[in-house]
Design a protein around this ligand. Structure first.
Ligand code: R5P
Length: 300
């Protein structure tokens, strides 16, 4: 068997890393992780990486810790002589702070982009909040789209129903609704949202006929669930038959899932970019394809 590259897993992506290593015909290197009593992290590579192209898969479920862990793993990979270090970060934390909303704020993802650019040769991510974050990186940043996978899952589960409407909760996510609607072969639209505070939102009524329709709402992130719960409630009031809340990154803080079901969601679906109770759809094939695409393009 020809081994094309090495996969190294961070503590958050052990299952995904295994599956991607199978799909890409790569060797999975064993890594050890531990936390010292004061909270500091320790990592150790248990395999030879010298002269190898390495893809380090580590999603950022526990935001700050996984960032530190990734930095430590990159240091070890560099020290052990890896030929190239390529970060696979299915859910990239801090990407929502991609501009200055108020004077004095840090552009968080720009700050992190500087660090990533200095410790790796490329980054592969899934559905960033805004695609223009690429400009912050001095190394190639490729991204994959998990929307078709979500739409395919729904299409199969609901027996190829022709009763669907796809909605994005805001204009920013309209492209996602469009992509999903192409798979489901149905109309798509967006709803207008006004954010009142960091945890509260209001959604303006929209003239959209969802009566008796099966509605798929798609967003990049469900975090507190505020955006989605309000949307679901409104659609149910307008007579939607079924409302499925879906997202790529199910961050689902605290009682978010409960909030969604309480708001009337019939189903909540997400991917394993962020591990949660609803991470039903795997991005393994998307990550494997991204890796293959990067290898083809860069000829590594
Ligand atoms: C915002 O622009 C994002 O696309 C999501 O709509 C937002 O992050 C969801 O946040 P929450 O679940 O806290 O309403």
């Amino acid at each position: 068997m020809v081994i094309y590259m090495l996969i190294v897993s961070g503590s958050n992506s052990q299952n995904l890393a295994h599956r991607v290593s199978k799909l890409t015909n790569s060797k999975l290197i064993r890594t050890e992780f531990k936390k010292f009593p004061d909270g500091e992290l320790y990592v150790k590579l248990n395999g030879c990486v010298e002269g190898e192209d390495v893809f380090l898969i580590n999603t950022q479920n526990n935001q700050n810790e996984s960032i530190i862990e990734t930095i430590l793993l990159c240091d070890a990979l560099n020290d052990e002589g890896a030929k190239s270090i390529n970060l696979v970060i299915p859910y990239m934390a801090y990407a929502r702070q991609d501009k200055k909303f108020k004077n004095g704020e840090s552009i968080s993802i720009r700050a992190l982009a500087k660090i990533y650019s200095s410790i790796c040769d490329s980054l592969l991510i899934i559905n960033p909040h805004e695609k223009d974050i690429c400009s912050f990186f001095d190394v190639p940043l490729l991204y994959g789209d998990a929307v078709p996978e979500i739409a395919k899952y729904i299409y199969d589960k609901y027996n190829k129903s022709d009763n669907f409407v796809v909605l994005s909760p805001d204009k920013g996510a309209i492209d996602m609704a469009k992509v999903a609607s192409e798979v489901l072969n149905c109309p798509y639209d967006y709803l207008e949202k006004t954010r009142i505070s960091s945890t509260e939102i209001s959604i303006a009524p929209k003239k959209l006929n969802v009566k008796d329709k099966d509605v798929l709402i798609i967003d990049d992130i469900i975090s507190t669930g505020g955006t989605m719960a309000e949307t679901i409630k409104m659609l149910k009031e307008q007579g939607a038959k079924t409302v499925i809340a879906s997202c790529i990154h199910p961050v689902l803080i605290g009682d978010a899932l409960n909030k969604l079901f309480n708001g009337g969601a019939d189903e909540v679906v997400g991917t394993d970019t962020y591990l949660s109770e609803v991470s039903i759809i795997s991005v393994d094939n998307i990550v494997a394809n991204l890796i293959n695409k990067y290898i083809d393009t860069e000829k590594i």
